[in-house]
Design a protein around this ligand. Structure first.
Ligand SMILES: Nc1nc2c(ncn2[C@@H]2O[C@H](COP(=O)(O)OP(=O)(O)OP(=O)(O)O)[C@@H](O)[C@H]2O)c(=O)[nH]1
Ligand SMILES: [Mg+2]
Length: 314
């Protein structure tokens, strides 16, 4: 399979615009007994702001692919009898936690926790009605000020995709080979232990075009603390853990499984699903401990495993 360049960030560009301020009103009092009443045009209301808020009901930026323009409500115009226009409502746009907000290439906010909020476009100020211009020398001013336009901007929302699937197992069990076979990632595969030193990532695309990340976690059970640190953070977030068991390894499979499980148990999320994947089944039959038999040489079990993963993740 050819390696392909993948972006592990979901990124969308959206247009945000604060509401226009309402116009000031030009009006004079009309009363039966006063033919020429004084000015009574009210002020316009201010336009609403556009705010972003992090919401854990959202997992990705997919909704923004079809909703590009986000404009807050305009302020109401002023009216006669000194009535001021109402202020426009703010528009609150929900984004997933972990969203980075950029404008003109600069980061303006990072919304990490649910409830984190940032204004991205201010509403325009309300206009001024003619009543406000009345003075002892100007008894019948015809001056008004229109409402201001709301601030507008194109902003970029970015989020790092969460890891959905983690591949674990003893060194040299075929984890990187499995990652490549499942996702087309170009992780290095070599016939000796500890080939992979950094977590390697590959994308799994579901039928809705949503990308789920698969991560190959290097030598979890056997390695030093510092290397495990980075990897374990990824493990905690994975909803499926593929546990690779080398079918060609003569050591007792149950003992190998137990060894790796002991190493990762404190970091596994309670809700994660563990699947024991026998690898290299072209070399030996899968041990009974395995849930699925695979081989990247013959392709055995790969398409089936990929389909199962997509079904679970969708
Ligand atoms: N015959 C056969 N060999 C395989 C299969 N999968 C992996 N291998 C070989 O097993 C060796 C190790 O594969 P890797 O994918 O690098 O293993 P790993 O678990 O990522 O190893 P580390 O990164 O070192 O922990 C390589 O020589 C692979 O070619 C398979 O399905 N069949
Ligand atoms: Mg590897």
């Amino acid at each position: 399979m050819t390696p392909r360049a993948v972006s592990f960030t979901d990124r969308v560009k959206i247009h945000v615009q604060g509401g226009r301020g309402g116009h000031g009103c030009l009006s004079f009092r009309r009363e039966a007994h006063t033919p020429k009443g004084g000015p009574d045009g009210g002020n316009g209301g201010r336009g609403g702001d556009v705010l972003l808020i992090a919401d854990d009901q959202l997992a990705d930026l997919t909704p923004f692919r079809t909703r590009v323009h986000h404009t807050a409500q305009a302020g109401g115009a002023g009216e006669g009898r000194n009535r001021h226009g109402r202020n426009g409502d703010d528009l609150v746009v929900h984004v997933p936690p972990g969203t980075r907000v950029r404008r003109d290439g600069h980061e303006v906010a990072m919304l990490m926790e649910p409830g984190d909020t940032v204004p991205v476009a201010r509403g325009g100020g309300g206009g001024v009605g003619n009543r406000a211009f009345r003075s002892s020398t100007h008894r019948a001013p015809r001056t008004t000020i229109p409402g201001e336009d709301g601030e507008e901007a194109w902003i970029t929302l970015e989020m790092r995709l969460p890891v959905a699937v983690a591949i674990v197992g003893l060194p040299n069990t075929g984890k990187s080979a499995l990652l490549n076979a499942l996702t087309g990632a170009g992780a290095t595969v070599a016939p000796y232990p500890h080939t992979t030193t950094e977590p390697a990532l590959g994308p799994l695309e579901d039928e809705y075009g949503v990308i789920h990340l698969v991560v190959d976690l290097p030598g979890l059970a056997a390695d030093g603390e510092e290397r495990r640190g980075a990897a374990l953070g990824q493990l905690e977030r994975a909803s499926v853990v593929l546990h690779c068991l080398d079918a060609s390894d003569p050591e007792d499979p149950a003992a190998r499984l137990a060894r790796v499980r002991a190493g990762i148990a404190p970091y596994m999320s309670d809700s994660a699903r563990e699947v024991v994947v026998a690898t290299k089944c072209d070399l030996a039959p899968a041990p009974p401990e395995a849930d699925i038999a695979t081989s990247v040489e013959t392709g055995e079990g790969i398409a089936g495993l990929r389909a199962e993963l997509i079904r679970w993740l969708s």
